[in-house]
Design a protein around this ligand. Structure first.
Ligand code: IDP
Ligand code: MG
Length: 134
């Protein structure tokens, strides 16, 4: 069964939306495999977002993700990478449809509550990075 890495970002904890996010994935029938709460340090945040290293918003993004606790999780299910990305909604606020997590709770590009792996390669990399090899 496929696995993906999901993270509730600091704004999600601040807004008390962790339970709501977990509830949605559980209701969908996905299986929570791993979960921990931590404030990521710079090294972890930079490694997590390494693909965006050259982007102009990289510094701001790392500051945001290290600004408070996050909830890091591994979820399992059929086609779970694509399925959770669909449930999360688009990155651009105006494209995040109602019914998605971002589409129901956010209107900001950066503070968008949640991260989800976007491919089998990134899922493997992120699960290894946050939880060690599984
Ligand atoms: P994703 O989270 O939907 O996969 P990515 O393009 O991988 O989106 O970007 C990673 C994160 O970086 C986004 O979730 C968002 O928090 C932030 N981000 C993306 N684009 C911008 C931008 O143009 N300005 C500021 N932050 C951005
Ligand atoms: Mg991404």
């Amino acid at each position: 069964m496929e696995k993906t890495f999901i993270m509730v970002k600091p704004d999600g904890l601040e807004r008390r939306l962790t339970g709501e996010i977990i509830r949605r994935f559980e209701n969908r029938g996905l299986i929570l495999q791993e979960m921990k709460m931590l404030t990521p340090d710079r090294t972890l945040a930079e490694a997590h977002y390494a693909v965006h290293r050259e982007r102009p918003f990289f510094g701001e993004l790392v500051s945001f993700i290290t600004s408070g606790p996050v909830v890091a999780m591994v979820w399992e299910g059929p086609d779970v990478i694509k399925l959770t990305r669909t449930m999360i909604g688009a990155t651009k606020p105006a494209e995040a449809l109602p019914g998605t997590i971002r589409g129901d709770y956010t209107a900001e590009l950066q503070k968008n509550l949640i991260h989800g792996s976007d491919s089998p390669e990134s899922a493997q990399y992120e699960i290894d990075l946050w939880f060690g090899s599984k």
